[in-house]
Design a protein around this ligand. Structure first.
Ligand SMILES: Cc1cc2nc3c(=O)[nH]c(=O)nc-3n(C[C@H](O)[C@H](O)[C@H](O)COP(=O)(O)O)c2cc1C
Ligand SMILES: O=C(O)C(=O)c1ccccc1
Length: 370
């Protein structure tokens, strides 16, 4: 068998996305590793996300003469290089000194959309500048935890707009912070000295940028989202949808997309795996708005399964953090490149010219109880 230079492991380089995890663990402070890796309570949902992908089988088509697949995808009216997006994850400086700048450069050089987290350790303006310097047409979406202080929320929205972000991603699965036993055990509840949430600096003069200032409130409602809709012309994506009825409401209120997500198992534990819930959400919204998915995507075959079920794209969280920890910008590029190449290879083996040619009949349930 011959191997290409790109996939050979002569220097012990990782050959799959999962192989970055132990490498990252070795480099990280154990407390910070626990923060990135952990899930809520018993971590049942955390495990379920990956396990559910493994229970699905791909059913390829043969002899269709499709040639090499094209991964380009349209999302929110703009073209992107592949249907794989960087999910918003907080605190990149815990992983690498270049922090969100490195992630943004990697996304830009890959042509992938980065969803910048509101709780980033580099200001959104700087993230956008790093992305744009790498690729003039880089696309950045801004993830927002709507704050009951709508004045502050509006100020954040304006900053994201002015920085050139092209969509708002409203995280709606966090009416309270998920309970992470690992963080409790480690007494990890805020960033170490010298690191702050740069987008929150203006919130309180006495404690600029502290995580505990973030307002995750059970009082938030669709009414806040309506006000956001009136506040900005940017497309709005609702992240954290699991119930089909919520997806329908989002479409009715003029939202531009939803992300089926359980926050990587970090919010309510024992929610269903996202890929299990995806078809129910898709049945509720039909073609009205695009439905994205995140949680447990670790292989090109996982991406293909979600797309075949009808997702417009997927997002990846922890793998990006592993790549960032291991190799900064280059590490994230390697992780994204691996997922892209695996997806292309999967599409080839499935007889598809592109993501749009995958359909529901190409996914089978291995587990008869499902
Ligand atoms: C360390 C970490 C931090 C995260 N921070 C945020 C955040 O600030 N905002 C948000 O909406 N989601 C956040 N998420 C959730 C991700 O956007 C995404 O839903 C999840 O990571 C997907 O699962 P995966 O890690 O299995 O790919 C975070 C996830 C992780 C692992
Ligand atoms: O860690 C997370 O998943 C996250 O979204 C978050 C929310 C509030 C404070 C810190 C992190």
């Amino acid at each position: 068998m011959t191997t290409t230079a790109k996939t050979s492991s002569a220097q012990g380089a990782p050959l799959s996305v999962r192989e970055y995890e132990p490498l990252a663990r070795e480099l990280l402070d154990p407390v910070h590793h626990d923060y990135f890796a952990g899930g809520a309570h018993d971590e049942i949902t955390l495990r379920a996300n990956e396990a559910a992908f493994a229970r699905l089988a791909l059913v390829p088509r043969i002899l269709r003469g499709r040639g090499r697949p094209d991964l380009t995808t349209d999302l929110l009216g703009r073209r992107t290089s592949m249907p794989i997006v960087l999910a918003p994850t907080a605190f990149h400086r815990l992983a690498h000194p270049d922090a969100e700048r490195a992630t943004a450069r990697a996304a830009a050089s890959t042509g992938a959309i980065m969803i910048a987290a509101m709780l980033s350790t580099v200001a959104v303006e700087e993230i956008a500048a790093a992305a744009r310097k790498t690729a003039g047409d880089a696309q950045l979406w801004f993830q927002l935890y709507v704050q009951r202080d709508m004045g502050f929320t509006e100020a954040l929205v304006r900053r994201a707009e002015d920085a050139g972000c092209t969509a708002l991603v409203v995280t709606a699965d966090s009416p309270a912070l998920g309970r992470h036993v690992r963080n409790d055990r480690n007494d990890f509840h805020d960033l170490p000295p010298g690191m702050v949430c740069e987008n929150l600096r203006s919130l309180r003069a006495d404690e600029p940028g502290h995580v505990r200032q973030v307002d995750l409130s059970p009082e938030l409602s669709w009414d806040h989202v309506r006000r956001l809709r009136a506040m900005t012309g940017l497309p709005i994506v609702i992240k954290g949808v699991l119930h089909p009825e919520d997806a329908r409401i989002a479409a009715d209120l003029g939202m531009d997309a939803v992300i089926v997500s359980n926050h990587g198992g970090r919010q309510l534990d024992t929610t269903p795996a996202t890929v299990t819930q995806l078809p129910r959400v898709l049945d509720a919204v039909g073609d009205r708005i695009p439905v994205l998915l995140d949680g447990g995507v670790r292989r090109g075959t996982d991406v293909a399964k979600a797309l075949a079920l009808g997702a417009a794209a997927v997002a990846v969280g922890r793998p990006v953090v592993w790549g960032l920890t291991v190799g900064g910008q280059q590490g994230v590029e390697q992780v994204l490149g691996m997922l892209r190449d695996e997806l292309a290879h999967t599409l080839t083996l499935c007889g598809c010219a592109g993501p749009a040619e995958l359909d529901r009949d190409m996914v089978a349930r291995e587990d008869p109880r499902w």
